[in-house]
Each structure stands twice: as C-alpha cells, then as structure tokens.
Design a binder for this molecule. Sequence first.
Ligand code: SAH
Ligand code: SF4
Ligand code: F3S
Length: 502
Amino acid sequence: MQLSTYFLETFGCQMNVLDSQLVEGQLRALGLRRVAIPREADLILFNTCSVRQHAEDKVLSRLGQLKHIKRDRPHTIIGLLGCMAERLREGLFELNPHLDLICGPGELDRLPELLGRVDESGKPIAAITGLQTRRLVPAERSLLDDPLETLDLSRRPLPGDSIMQSYVRVQRGCDKFCTYCVVPYTRGAERSRPPGNIVREVQTLADAGCREVTLLGQTVNSYAYREGQTPMRFADLLRLVHEVPDIDRIRFVTSYPADWDDDIFRVMRDHPRICPYLHIPAQSGSDRILKAMKRNYTADSYLRLMDTARQYVPDIALAGDFIVGFTGETDEDFAATVDLVRRVEYKQIFVFKYSPRPGTAADRSLADDIPQDVKARRNNELLAVQTAIMERQKRALVGRTVEVLVEGYSKAARRAQKDAADSNGSLDPENPTTSPLDDVAASKANQLIGRTPQDIITVFPGDAAHVGALVAVRVTDASALTLFGEIESVVSPAKMPANPGT
Ligand code: SAH
Ligand code: SF4
Ligand code: F3S
C-alpha cells in the first residue's frame, strides 16, 4: 500500500524537536504529506520522552486512543519513536497490539527502510540501539561515516518551513549518569559531532534565512572533538560558529556546572552575536543531595561559577532546572535549594518533582520516599520564590530599550484574527477601526511576540512586515514572565532567503 499522509506529534526536549524535523524531511522525501489530525493519516508517529513517568503516561494514553483508528482503518501504520521506544522496547507491543513500529533515537536514519518493511510484511518491527551496538563508538573514532551524521546533514529547509530559529546538534548522548536520569540509557554514550559538519549545517540554515541557532547537547561544555593533534573544545566551536555570516544570534543548551572552562565566558564576552544566556541546571542547593545525584559539584562551587559568569558577562541571564523531592530530601535540604535560588536570581527556572526511572542508579538503590504532597508543596514554594524575583527583574526593565527578534503574532493575536475571520469580517491589523472587533480584541490582533538576547518574551504591537526582523522595543510594562512595549525602530529588517530549498 502506498503511504501518502502522516501525523507526527513530538514530546520531550529540544533534541526531540530536532529529530522530528529530520524525520519530517525523510517522510517528505518519500512523498508523504503532513496532516493535522491522526484520523486522516496513513502513518501516525509519536516522538516520545522518558525523562519522567508523566511524559510516558501521556504518550501511552494517546497511543490507547488510536486503537479505534486501527480498527476502522487497519492499513494505518502506528509508530513510537524516541527515548520511550528505546527504553521500553518490544515490551510495548505486548500492551499495545495496534503498534506497528518502535524506533529508538539512535536508529532514526533507518526509518524509511523500517517503514517499507512494516508496510510490506504487515508485521511489527523494533529498531533499538541497546547498549553494545554500532552506535556506541568511542569518542575518538571518526563520525564521518556515522549514518546519524548523514541524517543530521540531510536537512534541506523548504520555503514555508519556519527556520528563522533553528536547532543544531553538537553532541549526542550523555556520559554523566546523574543517578536520577534516564537519558544516558536512551540516547547512549556522549559523542561530539565533527566541527566541520556543524558549521556546514549552520551555513545551510543561514543561507535559507535562519537568524538564530541554538546549539544542542545534554552537556554542551563537555564538547570535545579531536582531529589530528589539536583537540577542539566547546569554546573553540563557539568561535567557529560565530564566523558564519548572517547568523544574528547564537545560543547553546544545556550547560553542565562541573568541568567548566572559563574560556567559554571569554568567548561569550568577546563575540557579540553569542547571546548572554546560560541554561545551567543546579538541580539542588544541598550538597548532600547533589552528592546523591552524582552531580560532581557543590552548592558553593556552583554559586562561585554563577558569580564568574556575571563578572565576564554582566548582563547574562541565567536559567536552571531543579528537582524537588529527590530521595531523602529533608526540609533542610529543600531550604538550601530555596536559598540558592534566592542567591542566583535566575531569569527563569524549571522545577520538576522527582520521578524514579527504572534502571537508573537512584531507582536501584534508593527509595522514592518523599510523599507526592510534599513534592507538590516544595514545587510550588520554589516557583513562588522565583516569581517574586522575576517580577522584580522585569520591573527594572521598564523604560529601557531591548532588542527583539520578532517571531510572529502572539497567540492572543492569532485567536483575535481567527475570531474576526470566523465572524466573516476582514481584519486589517493596519487599520483596526475597520474591523468588526471591539477595541480590546483589535488591539490584540496586531500583537507581535519575540525574544530578547536574554530570552525574555516581549509583546508589542506591529505588523506582518516586522515578523523576522530585529527591532528595538521600548519597554512600557512588565509581568513576571513577559515584557510589554512599543517598537522604537527596526534594527534589521526581515530576511529574504537567498536561495530557498538548496
Ligand atoms: N542534560 C540536561 C537536562 C536533561 S533532562 C542537564 O543535565 O541539565 C532535563 C531536566 O529534567 C533535568 O535538568 C532535570 O531537572 C529533570 N529530570 C531529569 N530526570 C528526572 C527525574 N527522574 N525526575 C524528575 N526530573 C528529572
Ligand atoms: Fe541526565 Fe545528568 Fe546527562 Fe543531564 S547530565 S542528561 S541530567 S545524566
Ligand atoms: Fe526526554 Fe529523551 Fe529528551 S528522555 S528529555 S526526549 S533526551
């Protein structure tokens, strides 16, 4: 049977978002067209995440909902890609007899071949990397012949793709084995990509109109690639990427607080297009818990590192992740985390309730002994502390001018535009008085959204021509998460792709 349409939904981190883009490239090359609802698709794919039980539960429930689709349209192929596929393997088939395909993140280059086999045989197929296979090559071995490299390099943006802000992988896998974390088991060993390939990819994206790249790795500062005698470190890679013309902003996530190299701060200070933004999870402020997590730093050394960051890059925005309710976390341990959050004054934090992951060291040796209600309370308390900090930070920006890369119309604007279209009026954001909407709705309909170099969401009125431009916005108001303002000037207009699709 000829597959002609696909539905793809992505869960999890930026790595998965990028993997899904590459999968879409493969499917397009096979002639498939994307549809917005599963029922209309010949092929239904979920790209999944295993980092917390909640992430897996969401997918299992979505998968359950597909049973009747398979019953009504038996030719539909249903596949699970990503970390959950790698973790749960063939076991998934037993509980989900309507599932046809399981493909781990290290096998995605084989997806077209696997689809062909499922389609032909009608039998379920699993492609799993496992621990001892071709993917776990030693770091020093050349990756040039790695099929996953070929997949990364296959990206060919088409006109209409939103690539103004793009992810570029610099590293696969993770070797840190924090005791709570499943990622080293699902993504395999840490491998750094060849710098030449990374730069080539950034150049391809720049040529197609990309303005901002975010370099991706689980611990980007561990990046190390040896070619001949000179090892290349992350700071060197940043310098190289900065040389690609036409990229206005360079970001990178995630940074790992141990083994930090101050050369990275020097490169950030000296290269204006590298954004003053650092996502560097602390996870906890208690040394006892950090040790149990095997994070390889203390609260004190982490705080010193944040001070150093601010010495080199005074306007740097710091972001972090925290796990509350890790095994054995006492009120005192949690108080140390609150204290650390107060001291660092992050631009933003992400707080997660500890979720034991089968197979990890913490799950094997430690009990999940903090009750759910305590986890929830700590979660809310930490967020409340951070919200007060963010309100203060944002208020201090009122009256200042910030540079914003305009991403598009805000959600509220798109809703207002849709309402106007539905009510049969034609909404002209240039001239709201002609719209059938009331004044409030009309003022929302031309609301644009974008981010500052520090990754602060900024909302302001404008028009379609501003989308994709860098603009200077005078901040007139602020909430904990958002700045509101007015465009003062256009710093650099939206780019026309030089040669789309090549
Ligand atoms: N490589 C990145 C992030 C990986 S996962 C890093 O090391 O920082 C993203 C976040 O999920 C982690 O920073 C951590 O805060 C959270 N996380 C990971 N495993 C978890 C678990 N078992 N329970 C709850 N949160 C978890
Ligand atoms: Fe997981 Fe730790 Fe690796 Fe991050 S550094 S992916 S938290 S094992
Ligand atoms: Fe989830 Fe895998 Fe990313 S477990 S967080 S999708 S690396």
